[in-house]
Design a protein around this ligand. Structure first.
Ligand SMILES: NC(=O)c1ccc[n+]([C@@H]2O[C@H](COP(=O)([O-])OP(=O)(O)OC[C@H]3O[C@@H](n4cnc5c(N)ncnc54)[C@H](OP(=O)(O)O)[C@@H]3O)[C@@H](O)[C@H]2O)c1
Length: 351
């Protein structure tokens, strides 16, 4: 494998990067990578996205500190069949976790075995799904910020955070990390991707609660009962992290272990201490709300569902996450009933 890498490096030919899943994350990263003319990009996705990008081009915009960045590309090599994936020197998987099993089966015949595969999904158990079907080296990368589509072909980073990229000896992966950095996208190289993945899940536990609350994120966070439920779901996850001896990576100003305590504070104190957390678009909601609105399967199994599954493995009770998973499954089945958060807290014995 190292020989092949060396050959790629010394042959002087461009790296070919396959990006599979032309949605928010896939398109955003493609626009940035496309700024390097030494790279050849192959974007794989649905035909409707190919038509959209052909008509409107592709633009990513983001902010780092006070500085605004924009990367545009007029035309991207877009594919709906995976035959050309054989040319890729690295593959970024940017579909939702729910699409992974079927997708990996589709791409397997077209993937060279020496090529590293980078999975950018939220959730736990992602590498296992891929590794169960492929012999390639599989790495996780974590996207702590949100990306939204603001217009056809336009993708905007809508919250802050550094891309967490795995430390590896693959030259092509180091090349991409340097490129993201050079283009102004904040990136951190991480040796412990399990800690990064586990820390991200701690934050993603609110995706489902935000959808259940049917409130914009800011309003939800300003409601103590919703915060209590979130804090309780986090405590269950932290108990599992402790059992596995994983220290979840810190993404917020408050450490993972302190976060549930801050969320449990009375409203007046929470408002004061969490002013940064509350500095968000008053209408913003998390993506699971959109998934349910559009009748799409959610990633719940990989988020709160993973807490329940690991809890069962270790004999750790996870009643809060279990209840959250059940609510989301009911919504996926078409229910529109909303729980009262105060009643829910009482039923779960949360004070
Ligand atoms: N967006 C964010 O802000 C954000 C932030 C952090 C992490 N993430 C994570 O990143 C992952 C991707 O999220 P996203 O928001 O980019 O999702 P997305 O916008 O839904 O993009 C995924 C794209 O992949 C396409 N796709 C699915 N199966 C495919 C297949 N077999 N062949 C070709 N294309 C296929 C989807 O098409 P269809 O919809 O037509 O199936 C969709 O266009 C998720 O795990 C998410 O949790 C997202």
């Amino acid at each position: 494998m190292q020989d092949l890498q060396a050959k790629v490096q010394t042959s002087g030919r461009k790296y070919r990067v396959g990006i599979v899943g032309a949605g928010s994350i896939g398109c955003f990263l493609t626009a940035i990578l496309a700024q390097d003319t030494d790279l050849e990009l192959l974007l794989f996705g649905r035909d409707y996205m190919g038509l959209e990008l052909a008509a409107h081009g592709l633009t990513a915009s983001w902010q780092q500190g006070a500085e605004h960045f924009q990367a545009s590309v007029a035309a991207v090599a877009f594919y709906t069949s995976y035959v050309s994936l054989i040319e890729a020197d690295i593959v970024l998987l940017t579909v939702k976790a729910t699409a992974l099993t079927a997708l990996v089966r589709q791409i397997k015949p077209h993937l060279r075995p020496d090529v590293p595969v980078i999975a950018l999904q939220n959730g736990i158990g992602i590498s296992d799904i891929i590794q169960s079907q492929l012999h390639n080296q599989v790495y996780r990368a974590i996207v702590p910020f949100n990306v939204v589509k603001t217009a056809p072909g336009q993708f905007q980073q809508s919250s802050s955070g550094d891309l967490i990229w795995p430390a590896t000896s693959f030259a092509v992966m180091q090349y991409l990390a340097n490129l993201f950095h050079a283009q102004g996208l904040a990136i951190q190289i991480e040796a412990d991707m399990q800690a990064a993945e586990y820390g991200k899940l701690l934050l993603n536990l609110n995706n489902a609660l935000n959808a259940i609350s049917d409130l914009p994120l800011r309003q939800q966070l300003l409601h103590r009962d919703w915060r209590r439920l979130l804090a309780a779901s986090m405590r269950e996850w932290l108990a599992i992290c402790a059992k596995e001896q994983v220290r979840p990576r810190q993404y917020t100003a408050v450490s993972p272990t302190l976060l549930p305590r801050v969320l449990n504070l009375p409203d007046w104190l929470f408002r004061r201490l969490a002013s940064r957390m509350l500095r968000i678009d008053p209408e913003a909601r998390l993506s699971m709300y959109q998934d349910l609105l559009q009748g799409r399967r959610t990633e719940i199994v990989f988020l709160n569902g993973a807490v329940v599954a690991l809890g069962q493995r270790y004999g750790i009770a996870t009643p809060v996450n279990q209840a959250i998973v059940e609510w989301i499954h009911q919504y996926e089945a078409g229910s529109s009933i909303k729980p009262d958060p105060a009643d829910w807290c009482r039923q779960l014995g949360l004070n």
